[in-house]
Write a protein that binds this ligand. Sequence first.
Ligand code: TXA
Ligand code: MG
Length: 306
Amino acid sequence: MSDSPVQAARALRAGGLVILPTETVYGLAADAADAVAVAAIFEAKGRPRFNPLIAHAPDLDAARRIAVLDARAIALAEAFWPGPLTLVAPVRDPAAVCDLARAGLDTVAVRVPAHPLALEVLRLFGGPVVAPSANRSGRPSPTRFADAVEETGAFAAAAVDGGPCAVGVESSVVAVLDGPPRLLRAGGATRAEIEAVVGPLAQADDDARRSPGRLALHYAPDAPVRLEAAAPRPGEAFLAFGPSPVETAFNLSPAGDLREAAANLFAFLRAADRTRPTGIAVAPIPPEGLGEAINDRLRRAAGFVG
Ligand code: TXA
Ligand code: MG
């Protein structure tokens, strides 16, 4: 059974997940501004990590309201959109694509998909929609409606049948930040096609040599992060989970709900960091379900994983 674009847009507005056809692969979509809905995507995929997601927009103007696109990015957008190219650029409106969807980064990935039903859902919905591939983590991306429904249909409030995906591999991801544009993921648009528009792409290894750490994809606060803390030490900000032993402005979920904690994680790390504490102490987070991804990101923030 397939839902209409109107039903899909309504489901997105209600905070639900939607199986969305694109020309590359089927996506599992949510309102990019709704951190709880985005947390539900990670839960549905069973992802042990929070990777930053791609925001989908119906046209270039809408994409420019999400990301700061320079002349090179606009040349790429004009050449490939709608189509299988994703641009990573500085985020313009951090509220339009929540911290969790960006994994706390100051950049955002954006693309205009070339599928009439996806474009209709995006126009009807009116805001950015994030959508990773609709498979469970570690499984192949679905390129047929039935496969998408089999993978994550149980978590979707609506599912739109757009037929088989014409491209069948994910979009190519190109970062257009400072320095030459860089291919972060090979996909539906080839390197040669991309280079024909913007000239030679930076080699990932060159880049790593010149500025180690530039490829790191995770947000790390300035303050040192201390995990599994029962309580804060003097000068530390405290990210609590569940009942807190002290007053704190940063309780990830007073009720101990992992989806709520995931939704708050990056925004609270940033907010805590902005108070210029001597450190950020984080209460223990249970390792089950979304807790695995939360703990993975916390370990990265604490510098334990590269
Ligand atoms: O074809 C596609 O792109 C599909 C369809 C559904 O649109 N979507 C998709 O999303 O493949 P996902 O979440 O599986 O892949 C997102 C990719 C990842 O490689 C991620 O690391 C990268 O985009 N990405 C997203 N935001 C980024 C950022 N701010 N900086 C660097 N890479 C980013
Ligand atoms: Mg994927």
